[in-house]
Design a protein around this ligand. Structure first.
Ligand code: GLN
Length: 482
């Protein structure tokens, strides 16, 4: 029986019923990776190690739900003894001496990390076109982008190669590619998942999360990904619920907020139609809609593009040719070592962000830009706090449209930045948010965004699961190599 497009739950059953052995599952996964090589979803594979782990599981079976489940890891998480590039030339030779906490958590639960997925360089981008390792193709149309920055992870799940992948989301990098590839993706509350061993882009926004076919699988992964970690000072010391527990409870009476300031009339009529249909569907499940106001929401994108570059300019200063990764050839002195290494190691978008970040943090402009952006960020957070007094979740489209053609936004960074119009606010406020497939536009999938209150991933997952057991958008699959 084919393993392609199966969920974690389905694969777990196949393993339990001995319809397939652990080794066979991993072998088939690698055969799917090879057949779909053209997608360029993976940067580095971990075949020998994966087979070894599968052999052990065949010899001494484990009772863990995730035992032997193949997972693709975004190439931004440090993986011990396995190359970690972060999509950059700068780290093309970097082999971490340790694994990120979240990788350890998943592997301790039995997941097998089959490889590292392609991504926008240092997670900066919305189309995977900034990767040093080339574009990723969207399984739904090979001329289309998969979204970004977790584009390789999204493509690998959408092509049915793996049931699950890890992603990270600083301004939308889990939800936007999930929307464009027709899969389910969750960005948890900031601090739920340890950032230890995640290569930092913008530390106050970065958060790891699961990318899967279903909300139920997201919950299964989230159960293992979350932990309190003393090695990350922003890691939350909060009770971690069993996220699968209430997922089946009804959503009768759930109050869903619709943001007055999101002017959907500016979107394609098809996008609006899909969104309206989802509203009707939620209504039929017993949800109630409430109009809410987030008065400062229109400032989200500009605020993000001050805060994120500021933090990235500081975080990326560590890549100096001395400590990590690449070093230029024959520099004549230390200054040239820095300049040459960074000029050769970073791509254009990363350099643009470092320049913007250094500018907004500079003595003369700090108050006008960085300080102001932090103040606006607080206002946006306050808006959400007030809104969540009246609603349980907030709903919007995830993206302004379906997947676009590679190269079509290349010359205009602002157009690319606007890809995250709907996703960025949840990062600025540190709130959990997810994207679930809710329709097709010209044979391309599109997603619905649900934003939850602080630490309330459970309600999001319940709302998403209730939608998925009564619709089939998440079951649609592209025509790919099988
Ligand atoms: N697309 C956004 C950016 O380029 C968000 C990226 C992300 O979430 N990592 O910054």
């Amino acid at each position: 029986m084919s393993i392609q497009f199966k969920t974690i739950k389905q694969l777990g059953k196949m393993l339990n019923n001995k319809e397939i052995s652990h080794v066979e599952l991993i072998q088939e996964t690698f055969s799917l990776i090879t057949k779909n090589n053209h997608l360029n979803a993976f940067v580095t594979l971990n075949e020998q190690e994966s087979l070894k782990k599968a052999e052990i599981l065949d010899k001494s079976p484990s009772s863990s739900t995730l035992a032997g489940i193949p997972i693709a890891q975004k190439d931004l998480f440090c993986t011990k003894d396995l190359r970690t590039t972060c999509g950059s030339n700068m780290l093309s030779n970097f082999i971490p001496p340790y694994s990120a906490t979240v990788i350890e958590n998943l592997e301790n639960a039995g997941c097998i990390s089959v490889g590292k997925t392609n991504m926008d360089e240092f997670a900066m981008g919305s189309s995977n076109e900034t990767s040093f390792y080339g574009n990723v193709q969207n399984p739904w149309g090979l001329n289309l982008v998969p979204g970004g920055s977790s584009g390789g992870s999204a493509a690998a799940v959408a092509a049915g190669i793996v049931p699950a992948a890890s992603g990270t989301d600083t301004g939308g990098s889990i939800r936007q590619p999930a929307s464009l590839c027709g899969i389910t993706g969750l960005k948890p509350t900031y601090g739920r998942i340890s950032r230890w061993g995640m290569i930092a882009f913008a530390s106050s926004l970065d958060q790891a999360g699961p990318m899967t076919r279903t909300a139920e699988d997201c919950a299964l992964l989230l159960n293992e990904m979350c932990s309190h970690d003393e090695k990350d000072t922003t890691s939350l010391d909060e009770k971690i619920p069993d996220f699968t527990k209430n997922i089946n409870s009804s959503i009768e009476g759930l109050k869903i907020g619709l943001v007055k300031e999101f002017d959907l009339s500016k979107l394609d009529t098809d996008v609006v139609k899909v969104f309206e249909e989802s509203k009707k569907h939620y209504e039929s499940l017993g949800a109630k809609f409430v109009e809410i106001s987030l008065p400062n929401i229109s400032l989200s994108v500009p605020t993000y593009y001050v805060v994120a570059p500021a933090e990235c300019s500081s975080n990326l200063s560590r890549f100096d040719g001395v400590k990590f990764g690449k070093r230029c050839e024959n520099p004549k002195d230390l200054e040239e070592l820095y300049i040459q290494t960074r000029s050769e190691g970073f791509g254009d978008e990363v350099k643009r962000r470092i320049l913007i970040g250094s500018y907004v943090l500079s003595a003369g402009f700090y108050d006008a830009y960085y300080k102001k952006a932090q103040q606006v960020r607080r206002l946006i957070k306050n808006d959400f706090d007030s809104a969540f007094k009246n609603v349980d979740v907030i709903m919007s489209p995830t993206t302004r449209g379906a997947a676009f053609e590679a190269g079509s936004k290349g010359d205009d960074p602002i157009q690319m930045y606007l890809e995250d119009l709907f996703t960025i606010p949840a990062n600025l406020a540190g709130l959990p948010a997810m994207s679930i497939p809710n329709g097709m536009i010209e044979k391309k999938p599109i997603g619905l965004q649900l934003i939850g209150n602080f630490l309330d991933e459970s309600t999001l997952l319940r709302a998403a699961h209730n939608y998925q057991i009564t619709t089939d958008w998440h079951l649609k699959t592209p025509e790919v190599m099988s």
